[in-house]
Write a protein that binds this ligand. Structure first.
Ligand SMILES: C[S@@+](CC[C@H](N)C(=O)[O-])C[C@H]1O[C@@H](n2cnc3c(N)ncnc32)[C@H](O)[C@@H]1O
Length: 267
């Protein structure tokens, strides 16, 4: 998966106190997802009139909150293992008057028995399978097929190779990156069909969405670094964001895609 996301998960939790580098405060979504695409996804899902919405590996659950907010009376559950992100989700639910309709549960999504009319899994298929990718993608699709209610919808946001990466690009991406780590878009959609879905909508993040995400991922930290060059944490923080940026610009930029598949379970 994308270096920015992997780094974000692996990094120690950081606070937004001025004396520490901030963590992901400038991102609306924890992935390359524009407001326009999010709106279209929400409209499409809301039109099916779901009573329940489940977001697996939800982070702070921005899309979950928007879908629940768009359907009067719908309820939602977001599942993640990151307490700090879940707390951000709960605060947002409170602010939007959704606290009585959305629960953020701190638990692993692996082998979850929860289910819903709409199941979201965005950039988080690793939460549904402990297999190495791309086997994890196939297993995640199979799990999602078992969790979505008949007549419901799944939205899977999943990485794929836009083209086969070169050896130099792989070396720059993330530790142990492999050319067989992701499927092509065609093979990803075939895997969804194989798992028991019909692909209602196939869309992929644009260059602009990737640039917004990658820059937004580090922007607050870069501002902090510019303002705190002599801080005891500055050298380690600078090395971390420089490595992340190099992984993107020299490695996966234009090579790693992110597909948003809106899937309907076959009866
Ligand atoms: C790239 S983030 C995506 C977050 C969110 N879906 C979004 O698009 O904004 C991946 C998320 O998967 C979560 N995750 C990883 N392993 C998990 C697991 N076993 N159970 C639940 N969540 C998990 C991480 O904590 C992280 O929040």
């Amino acid at each position: 998966m994308c270096g920015a996301a992997v780094e974000g998960l692996a990094s120690p939790p950081m606070t937004s106190r001025d004396d520490q580098p901030p963590r992901l405060t400038t991102l609306t979504f924890h992935g390359p997802l524009s407001e326009a695409r999010a709106r279209r996804l929400v409209d499409r899902l809301a039109a099916t009139g779901p009573r329940t919405v489940l977001d697996l590996g939800c982070g702070w659950g921005e899309l979950l909150l928007r879908v629940v907010g768009a359907v009067p009376g719908a309820t939602g559950v977001g599942v993640d293992i990151q307490a700090e992100d879940l707390a951000r989700g709960r605060a947002a639910a409170e602010e939007r008057g959704l606290a009585d309709r959305v629960v953020f549960a701190e638990e692993s999504a692996t082998d979850t028995t929860r289910g819903a009319d709409v199941v979201l899994c965005l950039g988080a298929s690793q939460a549904l399978s402990s297999a190495a990718p791309p086997r994890s993608t196939v297993e995640a699709l199979r799990a999602l097929r078992g969790l979505v209610a008949p007549g419901g919808r799944v939205v899977l946001g999943e990485g794929f190779w836009e083209r086969t990466p070169t050896a130099d690009e792989l070396a720059a991406m993330w530790p142990d990156a492999r050319a067989d780590e992701h499927l092509s878009l065609g093979d990803l959609v075939d895997a969804a069909i194989e798992a028991g879905f019909r692909p209602l909508w196939v869309e992929t993040a644009s260059t602009e969405e990737w640039e917004e995400f990658e820059s937004g991922y580090r922007c607050a930290t870069e501002e902090w670094l510019a303002a705190h060059p002599g801080h005891p944490s500055a050298a380690a923080t600078r090395a971390r964001v420089d490595a992340q940026r190099a992984g993107w610009l020299r490695g996966y930029r234009g090579v790693l895609g992110l597909a948003y598949l809106t899937l309907a379970p076959v009866v």
